[in-house]
Design a binder for this molecule. Structure first.
Ligand SMILES: NC(=O)C1=CN([C@@H]2O[C@H](COP(=O)(O)OP(=O)(O)OC[C@H]3O[C@@H](n4cnc5c(N)ncnc54)[C@H](OP(=O)(O)O)[C@@H]3O)[C@@H](O)[C@H]2O)C=CC1
Ligand SMILES: O=C(CO)[C@H](O)[C@H](O)COP(=O)(O)O
Length: 470
């Protein structure tokens, strides 16, 4: 009898090839499919000696898999996913499972789930985080959809996932497109944290005049404290990277235009749809947009030249310390915004999410893994229905303490004329969410003035309209 393989992977690029190698490392047999022959050959070479089939023939690939078939896709989100599903259908049988592991928009997952269900094919939307290294050595995995479908593939996913405090960083998260929704918000938080770190770099470089070596040491020191996280760790390493093509550090030769594939923007857009503010993520998306306007910036810059050298000298040591505290505050607030969005989405889309489980599986493997996640997990363990982490006792003291540092670093940014849009948005979000009264009574008055939109009063029930100025 021919070999029957435990697991199938379609898309043998950055993520797919590393993920399938990870599966093989854990003693499972696996088949890989890609239309690109170079990728097929690369898998054959990298998996030499393992029980693997690498092919670009769909019929051969599907027939080689043991039933129910477990086929994961790591192809670009969008059309490619529908194309691959269409190419598989003639060969699949009832009960087989297709898993989309890409960064797919969650409503596409719902659509695919419903259409495949009619054909008797199981479908699962699943976020995967950790980049190439995570896929290879242990990612954080965010599956959603039918729990029975998850059970079919759980032994493989639990084996390959990262482990945090001995527990696998994978769990069935909820109904329908829940897995892809959680991954989208993960990426929104990722955007926020990355932008905050970029802003800190800018102020330390221009305000405290830190060299790349000093920046590396500063970020390393932070990574040994409350800010311990993957993103702080790699940021320190980035400052140490020499440039292979010219003198100096590589960071100084990288064009300041950040690209984006959509998940951060989707998070902001969907948060607006649900009426949940995520201003740090909005700011991060906006800054990617501003970074892309390189030619416009270059054109405008000479018209508003800076005179930094005339500015009062900032206390270097104080600024570095305040920046570390400010980042800790802003990191907490960014996770809080993302988790608040998940709380609302869970009821709006009936995902049935458990925030403690999400905090738990984000503690290892993923891009936003951080020491803070363990505090978050404990906060949700104490109060599972907590809507916003700002109201957690665990967060109260670091937020109260950290906000002062944020005000200091923002003041430095203002003096230097350097943008800290994410940091400022984070502080203003905090100041707004803790303000019992906001000046939006004026907005209501204006709406009623020009559009008879009515307003409510503070002293009596009902809806009121005034003939303003009459
Ligand atoms: N890179 C990352 O850090 C992360 C990526 N993701 C997500 O994972 C998914 C895959 O990303 P990534 O691995 O980076 O992308 P890559 O482009 O590196 O790999 C995608 C692979 O899929 C192949 N492919 C495309 N269409 C088909 C098809 N119809 N049939 C078979 N193979 C096909 C591509 O072939 P070809 O080269 O010929 O186009 C390529 O080999 C995306 O949704 C991405 O957003 C998720 C987490 C992290
Ligand atoms: O999912 C990821 C990490 O978690 C991918 O790396 C994704 O591409 C990051 O988003 P963008 O390309 O928009 O920066």
């Amino acid at each position: 009898m021919n070999q029957q393989y435990d697991f199938g992977m379609i898309g043998l690029g950055v993520m797919g090839r590393n993920f399938i190698l990870n599966v093989l490392d854990h003693g499972f047999s696996a088949a890989g499919l890609d239309l690109n022959h170079e990728q097929v050959e690369a898998l054959k070479q990298e998996a030499e000696g393992k029980t693997v089939l690498s092919t670009s023939d769909t019929a051969e690939f599907v027939k080689a898999l043991s039933t129910p078939r477990k086929i994961m896709l790591l192809v670009p989100a969008g059309k490619a996913v529908d194309t691959v599903i269409g190419s598989l259908l003639p060969y699949l049988q009832e009960g087989d499972l297709i898993i989309d592991g890409g960064n797919t928009f969650f409503t596409d997952t719902d659509r695919r789930f419903n259409s495949l269900k009619e054909k008797g094919i199981r479908f699962m939307g699943m976020g995967v985080s950790g980049g190439a290294e995570g896929a290879r050595r242990g990612p954080s995995i965010m599956p959603g959809g039918d729990p029975e479908a998850y059970d079919i593939v759980a032994p493989i996913l639990e084996a390959v996932a990262a482990k945090a405090k001995g527990e696998p960083c994978v769990a069935h998260l909820g109904n329908g497109g829940a897995g892809h929704y959680v991954k989208m918000v993960h990426n929104g938080i990722e955007y926020g944290l990355m932008q905050l770190l970029a802003e800190a770099y800018d102020i330390l470089k221009h305000g405290a005049e830190l060299s790349n070596e000093a920046l590396a040491e500063t970020f390393e020191a932070w990574n040994n404290g409350a800010l311990e996280s993957f993103l702080v760790e790699i940021t320190a390493a980035i400052f140490r990277q020499p440039d292979a093509l010219s003198q100096g550090s590589l960071i100084d030769s990288i064009l300041d235009k950040a690209k984006q594939k959509g998940t951060g923007k989707w998070t902001s857009q969907n948060a607006m749809d649900l009426g949940i503010p995520v201003p740090t993520i909005d700011a991060a998306v906006t800054m990617r947009g501003l970074s892309a306007l390189k030619a416009d910036r270059a054109n405008t810059a000479p018209k508003y030249s800076r005179s930094i050298e005339q500015l009062p000298l900032l206390d270097k040591e104080a600024l570095i310390n305040q920046m570390g505290e400010a980042l800790h505050f802003a990191f907490l607030m960014t996770y809080a915004q993302g988790m608040h969005l998940l709380h609302e989405a869970s009821s709006a889309y009936q995902f049935g999410l458990n925030p403690e489980t999400i905090a738990k599986i984000w503690r290892g493997g993923c891009i936003i893994r951080a020491e803070i996640l363990e505090d978050m997990r404990q906060a949700y363990q104490q109060e599972p229905s907590l809507a916003n982490l700002v109201n957690s006792e665990i967060f109260r003291s670091p937020l109260l303490y950290g906000q002062r540092a944020v005000r200091e670093v923002l003041s430095a940014a203002h003096q230097l004329g350097r943008p800290m849009l994410a940091m400022a948005s984070t502080l203003h979000y905090f100041d707004a969410i803790r303000a019992e009264r906001l000046p939006l009574n004026l907005v209501q008055a204006q709406r009623d003035y020009f559009g008879s939109h009515t307003y409510e009063r503070t002293d009596r029930e009902g809806s009121f309209h005034t003939e303003w100025g009459a």
